[in-house]
Design a protein around this ligand. Structure first.
Ligand code: FE2
Length: 351
């Protein structure tokens, strides 16, 4: 930013005005002259000079009033007041009101020009600093904006990836279309009843959605076999939690889903797989999953089994509480309002 050397000189004494005019003209300033405060303010408004030199004692409007009005129009206006020896108190007051400097009369030319240069320099620095600050703030705001957009995009890509993985599984594992959606809804409702902290719910959701991801590694001949599996085929089938765990442990944002993927076939009484874990050794997400998964298996038609009513399924869960299922989780599930279960079920078949 170029420093413009425009000056407004305000003094009611014609002689003083002319002397000041000569001094600043010789120093290379473009000068405007006003004979009192009122005229000075009017000139200031139209020309906006960066620097104003004003007398204090003038008819119509004092230098102090002029100073205040000028600073109201431009908060950076550099104003130097000229004062007689009798007026030093007022001059000091003018500093409090924003004057850059005061010069005692009779004026020393060098002192006046140095003060004028300094005032312009200081004004220039102030404006530059403010502009720089504004620029920084704008940049930060822009960066924050970009970051938020990138984050939103990442999140939606991430969700889309999860859903794509989930539905890929659904299509391979015949007959379980929309099963993921229902189990996901039931699991969240149950977890809330159970008192799981909200911060753990997204790990639960991912685990539920991806619980069978390991089936990607099971050959079609076994996975899609219409009849019962041979003992060897079962052995292969039972490797899917381990395959799933190994698949997702390489993906940092899915790490929280591992306990469910790995332990979703464990049973409360220790008869499950892959490790035969018992009771609280089984991660809570996996305990919740097995209850809601069984509920959905019983209440939704599959090619190999007919659906039964909610009441009958709930009775069956109660019967198996303490054997297959964590009794506290079963109780939490039974507290989920039936209307919510119906709603989750209805939504799961919507396109
Ligand atoms: Fe499974």
């Amino acid at each position: 930013m170029e420093i413009t050397r425009d000056i407004l000189i305000v003094d009611d004494d014609k002689q003083v005005r002319e002397v000041l005019h000569q001094i600043f003209l010789t120093a290379g300033y473009n000068c405007r002259l006003a004979q009192d405060g009122r005229e000075g303010v009017a000139m200031f408004r139209s020309a906006r000079p960066p620097l104003t030199v004003t007398d204090l004692k003038m008819p119509n409007m004092t230098g102090i009033e002029l100073l205040q009005q000028v600073r109201n129009v431009d908060q950076d206006a550099a104003v130097i007041v000229l004062t007689g020896a009798a007026d030093v108190k007022t001059a000091i007051e003018s500093l409090k009101l924003g004057a850059y400097d005061f010069i005692m009369k009779p004026v020393n030319v060098d002192e006046l020009l140095i003060a004028a240069d300094r005032a312009l320099e200081r004004r220039h620095l102030l404006i530059e600093r403010r502009e720089y600050q504004a620029l920084l703030e704008r940049r930060i705001e822009e960066a924050t904006h970009h970051l938020a957009a990138a984050y939103r995009e990442l999140e939606s890509t991430y969700r889309a990836t999860l859903e794509a993985l989930g539905s890929a599984l659904d299509t391979r594992d015949v007959g379980t279309e929309s099963h993921s959606r229902r189990v996901h809804g039931y699991a969240l409702a149950t977890a809330r009843e159970y008192g799981m902290p909200e911060t753990e719910l997204s790990d639960l959701a991912h685990g539920v959605l991806l619980h069978d991801i390991g089936k990607i590694g099971i050959p079609d001949a076994i996975l899609l076999k219409p009849g019962p599996l041979t003992p060897d085929e079962w052995k292969t089938m039972r490797t899917h939690p381990d395959i799933g765990k190994r698949l997702i442990e390489k993906i940092p944002f899915l790490r929280g889903a591992i306990p469910i993927v790995y332990s979703h076939h464990e049973k409360w009484d220790g008869t499950g797989y892959p490790h035969g874990l018992q009771a609280e050794q089984i991660p809570v997400g996996a305990r919740i999953f097995s209850v809601v998964d069984a509920f959905d298996a019983m209440t939704f038609d599959r090619p190999y089994s007919q659906a039964i009513a909610f009441d009958a399924a709930k009775a069956e869960l109660k019967r198996c509480a303490g054997a297959h299922f964590d009794p506290e989780v079963v109780e939490a599930f039974l507290r989920v309002p039936e209307s919510l279960l119906e709603e989750i079920r209805r939504r799961s078949v919507e396109p």
